[in-house]
Design a protein around this ligand. Sequence first.
Ligand code: URA
Length: 225
Amino acid sequence: MHWPAFPAEPAGRRYVEAMVTVVTHPLLQHKLSLMRDVQTGVKEFRELASEVSLLLAYEAMRDLELSPHRLTTPLVEADFPMLSGKKLALVAILRAGLVMTDAIVDLVPAAKVGHIGLYRDPQSLLPVAYYNKLPADIAERRVFLTDPMLATGGSASAAIQSLKDAGAQSIKLMSILAAPEGIAVIERDHPDVEIVVAAVDSHLNDHGYIVPGLGDAGDRIYGTK
Ligand code: URA
C-alpha cells in the first residue's frame, strides 16, 4: 500500500499502515466515485453512503469471533459457525455518522447504538461535546465508531476519547474518506484504534475539506447548505 504524497506533511512523517485498512473492493470504489461526483443528488448520495457503509462494515467486522453451534438442517444435525464473543456497539458522530450507523444496524440488528455530538469551539478551535449517549455496557462491547469524513481528525479523536472515558476497550473507526492529516492525528492520539476507510485522499485544503474529496458529507446527505 502506498500512501498518496502529501507535500505539507513534515519530512519523515510516516503512517502506520497496519492500523489503516483501505477497502478496495470494485463495487465500493465505484459507489465512492459516484459519491464524489458533484452532479449526484441528495437521494442518490444518501443511498450510496448507506451502501458504502455496509461494504465498509463487511470488512471492518471481518475479525468478529465465530464459534460452532449445533443446528439441525432439513437433512442432518451438525455444527455451524455463529457469531460469538463480545457484543457490538455502533456509535455515530453526529450528524453525518448517522447515515452510516443506520445502514450498518440492518446488518447487525442486535448491536446497541450510541451518539456523540461535537462542535468546534470558535476560540480554542477544540472539539467540545454537546451530546453523548452511549450504551451503559459499552466497556463489554466492540465499538464501531462512524465518521464519514476523517479530515483533521479532531472530532474523531475527541469521540474516541469519550468512548475510552466511558470504558470502551475495543474501538474501530469507520470513515468513507480520510485525509492523511486525520490518520496521523488518530495514530498519534489513539494508536490502538484501527481505521477502516474506502480511500485516503491527497490532503486537506485551507478550509479543512478533504481534496479531491466529495464536499460536505452532512450537507450532501441531508440536502442542507
Ligand atoms: N467534513 C466533510 O464533510 N467534508 C470534508 O471534506 C471534510 C470534513
